[in-house]
Design a protein around this ligand. Structure first.
Ligand code: LMR
Length: 396
């Protein structure tokens, strides 16, 4: 029966990892999938996470099922982290939430919920957006439209065009926004621009759907939550998909959170039951391990401080890597000014070169990054930066 299925092209992001692994060039460079890497190119377990693992090993007494909503300590800790400890929506009991299997799991649960609310609902996503957003949200059955976001010619946000499109959104439409560290461009809204997004959300009554997977990697854990908290505190309804893959380095453990801010606490109870039933219908309950680790870290003062320092260290290192790349490109005679890379935030940057140039640098120099020109900044290090800069300059 399966012969009826068509061949699929490799995943635009995960497919790069496979191609990189097969490349025998000793000087190959991997700037593909978004994982943090240290100077040696390793993705280490954070020290705070390693300590939490030891504590969990000593304290865990059972492998019985956890509840469908997941680990409540984890959920409470994450909501405080995202929304602020004394967020008015938490105090008013207006937040339904489940632990989800990764940010993808959270996006899927929320998409399924939106379909249950309105099977014809339309989601506006930024152009461009993370390569998996459209397949993931679309396969839940939602219709997708795009709003202008990034201009490759100026390497800046097309804010006026974005606002114009959002002003045409209708009540009941959903607008997907990246909480911080926009993936793939690294171009973030300023606080003043978030204020304008809030105004148009109030005016048009669309529902903001915030994907936040890089909290702490832009300017800081508090600073990066500005837009998210602004919308949550000033609108009746917001939905949030969060991930602990990057800032806790828990990629393979699949730790995420799906949260729904409802208009009142009665609706909150309805939404809570709905998302639990959606989870039950797909995977029953989330894996326990990663959420238990985050719960331990967020509820222990010393471990929490240690984790915050580790997030700060990753962020600051990525900023120095940006500067190092820009300098090396300049020093190696780049005809293009890449100084915009220093302004971009988080793990990714759009180099704003053509897909042909991206493929040429891959084929000739074994430098792997997404065709859109998205590079994982964390894949750069002191050993590879000059090779990388020379390779890039050679295709410009
Ligand atoms: C990425 O954007 O590279 C990461 O979020 C990994 C993924 O699943 O695509």
């Amino acid at each position: 029966m399966f012969e009826v299925l068509p061949h699929l092209a490799p995943d635009p992001i995960l497919g790069l990892s496979a191609a990189y692994r097969e490349d025998t060039n000793p000087n190959k460079i991997d700037l593909g999938v978004g994982v943090y890497k240290d100077e040696q190119g390793n993705t280490p377990i954070l020290t705070s996470v390693a300590k939490a693992q030891k504590l969990l090993l000593e304290s865990e007494t059972s492998k019985t099922y956890i509840t469908p909503q997941g680990n409540q300590g984890y959920i409470d800790g994450m909501l405080s982290l995202l929304l602020g400890k004394s967020s008015p929506v938490l105090l008013a009991d207006r937040v339904a939430a489940v632990q989800a299997p990764g940010g993808c799991g959270a996006l899927r649960i929320l998409s399924e919920l939106l379909v249950r609310c309105n099977k014809d609902a339309k989601v506006w996503v930024s152009d461009p957006t993370w390569a998996n957003h459209i397949p993931l949200i679309g396969s839940a059955g939602l219709k997708i439209e795009t709003y202008p976001y990034f201009d490759k010619a100026t390497a800046g946000i097309r804010f006026d065009a974005m606002m114009e499109t959002l002003r045409s959104a209708n009540k009941g439409d959903i607008v997907l926004l990246h909480g911080c560290c926009h993936n793939p461009t690294g171009a973030d809204l300023t606080n003043a621009q978030w204020d304008e997004v809030l105004a148009v959300a109030k005016e048009r009554e669309f529902l903001p759907f915030i994907d936040v997977a890089y909290l702490g990697f832009g300017e800081g854990l508090e600073e990066d939550a500005y837009g998210l908290r602004l919308l949550v505190e000033n609108l009746p309804e917001v939905i949030i998909a969060a991930s602990c893959s990057k800032n806790f380095g828990l990629y393979r453990e699949r730790v995420g959170l799906a949260a729904i801010i409802t208009e009142d606490s009665k609706t909150r109870n309805i939404a809570q039951a709905q998302i639990q039933s959606i989870a039950r219908g797909i995977y029953s309950m989330p894996p326990s391990y990663g959420g238990a680790l985050v719960d331990i870290i967020l509820s222990d003062n010393a471990l929490n401080q240690e984790w915050i320092s580790e997030v700060n260290e990753m962020r600051e290192r990525m900023k120095t890597l940006r500067a190092m790349l820009v300098k090396n490109l300049h020093d190696n005679g780049s005809p293009k000014d890449f100084s915009f890379v220093n302004e971009q935030k988080g793990m990714f940057s759009f180099l704003c070169i053509t897909p042909e140039q991206v493929r040429e640098v891959r084929e000739k120099h074994s430098v792997y990054f997404v065709d859109s020109s998205r590079v994982n900044i964390a894949g750069i290090n002191q050993q590879n930066v000059e090779t990388l800069a020379k390779a890039l300059v050679s295709v410009l």
